[in-house]
Each structure stands twice: as C-alpha cells, then as structure tokens.
Design a protein around this ligand. Structure first.
Ligand code: SF4
Length: 275
C-alpha cells in the first residue's frame, strides 16, 4: 500500500447507490442467466430489455413478480454514480457510444473497490476497531486513490491483490469486534451451513466469514458481534433475528435473505421492501 492521501469518500453515505446519477450500468455492463433470479439471459455489455431511454427500469415496482428478484438484491455501493459522473465526467454510453466499452469494463472493478470502501468505512465507525484505525485509514486512502484513477487504470486494477491487502485489516477488525462479545463465539468461517437449523441459536461473536448460509433457518438467532463478511445469506430466514452490532453485513446480503418486522438490523441498513 502507498502512503495515505486525502480521501474523497465522505463516509458510507457516498457509498449508497444513487441510480438517478448513473447510466443504468448494472443493467448493461453485467451479464445474467435465466434462472430463479432473472427471467432471461443477457450478455455483458448489452442493455437489459427493460431499461428505459432515461436509464430507469421499466418494471422497477414489480421486479420480483416479473421474474427479476436478482435485481432487487444487487447493490453497487455507489460505484455506478462514481463511474458515470467522475470517471467518465457525466458522458453516457448512449450519447457517447465510444465510451461504452471502457465504461462497462470500469464499472465491475469500481463496484469491488467500493465494496471494500464500505467495509473500511464501517470499521472506522466501530469503537472496538480503534486499535487498527490507522491501518484502516491507510487502506481507505489506497483504495480511494485507485478508484479516483482514470478509466484505464481502474480497469487494470489487480482487484484480488487489493482485496487481500484490505482483508488483512478487516479480519483483525472482525476479531476485535468478536472479542467484545460476552462469551467467545463459534468459528464457522467458510462453513457449509446450507439449510442449517439454527433457529434461536446463540451466534453472538461468531465468525461467519464466507459461510454458506443459503436457506438456513436463523429465526430468532442472536447474531450480535458476529462477523458476517461474505456470508451467503440467500434465502436464509432471519425472522426475529438480532443483527444489531453484527459487522460487515451488507444491504445485498439482507436483500437476499428473508426476514420480518421483528428482525433487528444495523442502523446503516434498510429493511428490505419484500420482508
Ligand atoms: S429488470 Fe430493470 S433493474 Fe433489472 S437489469 Fe433490467 S432494467 Fe435493470
């Protein structure tokens, strides 16, 4: 990593998607395959048939019933508006088609950089992570510098290397948060917990880093102080679960799970509309 530079990222607010400032990049640049998540196949770089001329979605209010629940789960962490308005200076791929190829190459990389920034910003808000705040600030400056580069440099970013570097400090943050739990939590990092029956489980301080929790029954589980980075929560039932104080939980993870009015979620996240 390089020495810290002033960050242009003012906290997590700037890492929330602002579709009105984007050119529908997730609806064009990314591919998807006909499945339970998407009604049709679409290759990368081709606009979705539901994308309107003004870059809004023609079926936004009925995505789930129209066979596109995958679109309600996706979160770009604000990468769309940065790519559109900063990297490409507000020129859109329709009126300036010569930008399309580069823009569609930059967007997925920017999305990964912004996801890392989200985790780092979250960690910087955590009192338990104070011992590593200096490292976190260096990581933020490094990732932000990469995200502010020109299109060619962003597209050429070695994302796995950047991710590995940032993950080193994020792992320490997770351990510091977990150490604050009243009892040591279980270590389920990378565990296959698909469909696991964890109703009412005491998962306070658990490491669930990268755990497969697809369709797991987590109703009423206590997940405070748990590290949930990269956990696959698709279809997991979080009804009545307590996620306050869990770290590295994202909106996309929540959107992919099930839950109800009794699910307690961290204040920085929104209760999914379909719960
Ligand atoms: S269905 Fe709507 S949100 Fe999903 S890719 Fe198409 S235009 Fe975008």
């Amino acid at each position: 990593m390089t020495s810290p530079a002033p960050s242009s990222v003012p906290g997590r607010a700037a890492l929330r998607a602002d579709c009105s400032s984007c050119f529908g990049l997730c609806c064009v640049a990314l591919p998807f395959a006909a499945s339970a998540d998407f009604a049709v196949d679409k290759e990368a770089g081709r606009p979705c048939g539901n994308l309107r001329g003004d870059f809004s979605c023609g079926i936004h209010s009925r995505l789930r019933e129209s066979g596109y629940p995958g679109c309600t789960v996706y979160d770009c962490f604000g990468a769309g508006q940065r790519t559109a308005q900063v990297t490409f200076g507000g020129r859109d791929w329709r009126s300036a088609p010569e930008t399309a190829r580069d823009m569609f190459a930059v967007f997925p990389v920017m999305r990964q950089l912004h996801e890392l920034l989200w985790y780092v910003e979250e960690a910087l808000e955590l009192p338990a992570a104070r011992p590593v705040h200096a490292e976190l600030r260096r990581a933020r400056a490094d990732v932000d510098r990469r995200a502010r580069a020109d299109a060619a440099a962003v597209a050429a970013t070695d994302v796995p290397a950047v991710r590995a570097e940032v993950n080193t400090v994020l792992r320490r943050v997770g351990d510091l948060v977990r150490a604050a739990a009243p009892e040591p939590g279980p270590d389920h990092r990378g565990a296959d917990l698909v469909g696991a029956r964890l109703r009412g489980a005491d998962l306070r301080g658990a490491s669930l880093r990268g755990a497969l929790l697809v369709a797991a029954d987590l109703r009423g589980a206590d997940l405070r102080w748990a590290d949930l980075i990269g956990a696959d929560l698709r279809g997991a039932d979080l009804s009545g679960a307590d996620l306050t104080g869990a770290v590295f939980l994202t909106q996309a993870q929540l959107n992919a799970a099930r839950g109800d009015a009794a699910t307690r979620i961290p204040p920085a996240l929104d209760r999914p509309a379909h719960w």
